[in-house]
Write a new protein. Structure first.
Length: 195
């Protein structure tokens, strides 16, 4: 996507995901999700840590090892998961809104890439996890098409076969859905979720 389009899409993704996270009730935190072995709270913790990770990398080019370990192992949600997620996601959005962040090469834990590509990755990741949380908690999954459409296009180009169904790989094999399935179901299936 063009940089300006990606920034506008990221704003929408943050807003849509924030809405989903705000609607999660404490009694739903331990519900299972489509992410293997992750509860709703685990997914919220992941995207909150992910926001901090993307913000740091966009601002500084990389994240120190000790900070990375903390983001991957410590609780990022505290007593107010919605506020914690909102602060983290908004920090990532603000960091990527700087044109310099999009133009430079940044180092993420899984490799180096242009900042613009990292922003696209953040859009895809956050959208899929918003669907994970919505499905697990019985919320509507018909997110804004301005969020779903770019995430689906990105998924088609970003998820290579070698990223699927191997130990340590983030995605299972794509699952089957009807041709006329809603876009959110097609995106979730492409990300290896059972719909």
């Amino acid at each position: 996507m063009e940089s300006n389009d990606s920034i506008a899409t990221m704003r929408r993704v943050v807003d849509e995901t924030s809405r989903v996270v705000h609607n999660v009730t404490p009694d739903q935190h331990d519900l299972p999700t489509a992410c293997d072995d992750w509860t709703v709270r685990d997914v919220m913790n992941h995207i909150t840590g992910g926001g901090k990770l993307f913000a740091t990398c966009a601002e500084r080019g990389a994240i120190p090892d000790d900070e990375l370990v903390s983001l991957l192992t410590d609780d990022q949600l505290g007593d107010d998961p919605a506020a914690s997620f909102g602060a983290s996601a908004n920090a990532a959005f603000e960091a990527f809104s700087d044109p310099a962040a999009l133009a430079k090469t940044i180092s993420l834990p899984f490799g180096q890439m242009p900042g613009a590509a990292a922003l696209d990755l953040a859009i895809f990741d956050l959208t899929v996890h918003a669907l994970d949380i919505a499905r697990a908690t019985g919320q509507p999954t018909d997110l804004d098409p301005a969020v779903l459409e770019p995430a689906y296009v990105l998924a088609q180009t970003m998820i290579a076969d070698e990223m699927r169904n191997e130990e340590g790989n983030p995605f299972g094999f794509a699952t089957e859905v009807p041709d006329d399935a809603p876009l959110q179901d097609k995106l979730h299936a492409l990300a290896g979720r059972t719909v």
